[in-house]
Unconditional design. Structure first.
Lengths: 112, 116
């Protein structure tokens, strides 16, 4: 699986958009980009995933560059409850011996 | 409610004792995983299982053992051979599509193990 690079920490004002970047320059054509978040002392929670096209759900939007070497998770109106560590991972499409790898992620702090 | 449960939430053990962490899911997922998380760190894979009666070592399997006798259960034993067992342990599961693709993982609430 391709490695990802994320900033260690970011902050955002409540009510504003939070844009979390992820670099995955070695991503392969059969690898999806997944995002999870982990609120302190809880298990990670799935947010969104995508392959090539931009995706949106009730939690967030995912913007993937045309060359697929980077992506951005957007929380359109951040709240204090969005304070968490956000993990960007890439993974192959087909099954087999897929092993999800979580790095240190980005610690997002949303302030009043 | 469907979900994945871990028990207990907090666990204390004396050094040299084996301890077993429970993980149960009623999501009918094929795959289950165990991760370890240390303070300020990401998740490291200990073991995973894609089918009943089969499991594979992850990156840090030494000092740990698992079993997968039932689809819904994947207990993790932390043995006395694990040199630094104090950590936050997370269990996860995921289902499989018809073309063999594994979907997103669902995580349990975690067990915080402290070895005294």
């Amino acid at each position: 699986d391709a490695k990802t690079t994320q900033p260690t920490s970011m902050d955002c004002a409540e009510g504003r958009a939070a844009n979390l970047p992820c670099n995955h320059s070695t991503i392969s054509g059969n690898e999806y980009v997944y995002w999870y978040r982990q609120i302190h002392s809880q298990g990670p929670q799935y947010i969104i995933h995508g392959l090539k096209n931009n995706e949106t759900n009730e939690m967030a939007s995912l913007i993937i560059t045309e060359d697929r070497k980077s992506s951005t998770l957007i929380l359109p109106h951040a709240t204090l409850r969005d304070t968490a560590v956000y993990y960007c991972i890439v993974r192959v499409v087909a099954g087999g011996s897929y092993i999800p790898t979580f790095g240190r992620g980005t610690s997002l702090i949303v302030h009043p | 409610d469907g979900g994945i449960t871990q028990s207990p939430k907090y666990l204390f053990r004396k050094e040299g004792q084996n301890v077993t962490l429970s993980c149960e899911q009623n999501l009918n997922h094929d795959a289950m995983y165990w991760y370890r998380q240390d303070p300020g760190q990401g998740l490291r894979l200990i073991y995973y299982s894609q089918i009943v009666n089969d499991f594979q070592k992850g990156d840090i399997a030494e000092g740990y053992s698992v079993s997968r006798e039932k689809k819904e259960s994947f207990p993790l034993t932390v043995t006395s051979a694990q040199k630094n067992p104090t950590a936050f342990y997370l269990c996860a599961s995921s289902d499989r599509t018809g073309d063999g693709h594994y979907n997103e993982q669902f995580f349990g609430p975690g067990t915080r193990l402290t070895v005294l």
